[in-house]
Design a protein around this ligand. Structure first.
Ligand code: NAP
Length: 234
């Protein structure tokens, strides 16, 4: 899974490992955090492998899949979680801010999914879960790049879901609201007044939804977006 060294990704990695899945813990730069996730999984009796790769690089999927397939076996579950923000109001947003966010949050998910589907279609079983955001569903001033990427991720989810459903491969998204991670550090507490639950979500609450979508029981759930936002978009 991508972006698994911290925050929501680390929680998903641990939740899937607890279900018995060996987990490729991809990260870009924080090797100590990725190593800690791997140790935590191994201490609980699971299998995991930390793999550094910048998923915004077009060559990343081949490198990542080669390592994971060699050390952990065929990839039947893919979670596209790696994400970055580069907020700016649209008139001031430069090309680099636009492209970095689109490449990491959207193009990388497409390339990873395209690579993963080869094995899943052949095996006639697979699970892809994309970590979107409520920012793709409602106006998010200052986040034209991020919101566009996340809305695109939902379109990608639905389209690919319809393409591969006959092969028992499901493709779904989760759309978190405000979740306590490094990404939301320093968030204006007044924003929580918009949330009916009046609190931030936890990475574990998002991970629980991903665990369900990956499960055998969720086999008829595909092309869905599971919102995890304390009622923010209700
Ligand atoms: P986070 O704490 O900032 O963690 C981001 C993770 O993504 C880290 O493991 C980071 O690895 C990895 N990453 C970033 N760029 C990468 C790249 N180019 N290649 C590989 N890995 C990369 O973020 P988070 O809050 O857990 O967010 C996880 C996902 O949930 C993102 O897609 C985000 O958009 C989405 N989301 C978050 C919230 C929220 O409130 N937190 C709400 C809605 C959606 P390194 O640390 O090694 O760089």
């Amino acid at each position: 899974m991508t972006g698994a060294s911290r925050g929501i990704g680390a929680a998903i990695a641990k939740a899937l490992a607890a279900e018995g899945w060996p987990v490729g813990v991809n990260y870009r730069s924080d090797s100590a955090a990725a190593a800690a996730v791997v140790s935590s999984i191994e201490e609980s009796g699971g299998r995991a492998l930390a793999i550094a790769a910048d998923v915004s690089e077009p060559s990343a999927p081949d490198e990542l899949f080669a390592r994971v397939e060699e050390e952990l076996g065929p990839v039947l579950v893919l979670v596209n979680n790696a994400g970055v923000r580069a907020d700016n109001l649209s008139p001031a947003m430069d090309d680099e801010e636009w492209e970095r966010v689109l490449e990491t949050n959207l193009s990388a998910a497409f390339r990873m999914t395209r690579r993963a589907l080869r094995t899943m279609i052949r095996t006639r079983w697979g699970r892809v879960v994309n970590v979107a955001s409520v920012a793709g569903q409602r106006a998010a001033p200052g986040q034209a790049n991020y919101a566009t990427a996340k809305a695109g991720l939902v379109a990608l989810t639905k389209t690919v879901a319809a393409e591969v459903a006959r092969r028992s491969v499901t493709v779904n998204a989760v759309a978190p609201g405000f979740v306590s991670t490094d990404m939301t550090e320093g968030l204006d507490e007044r924003l929580l007044e918009l949330v009916p639950a009046r609190r931030m979500g936890t990475p574990e609450e998002v991970a629980a939804c991903v665990r369900f979508l990956v499960s055998e029981e969720a086999g008829y759930v595909t092309g869905a977006v599971l919102t995890v936002d304390g009622g923010l978009t209700a």
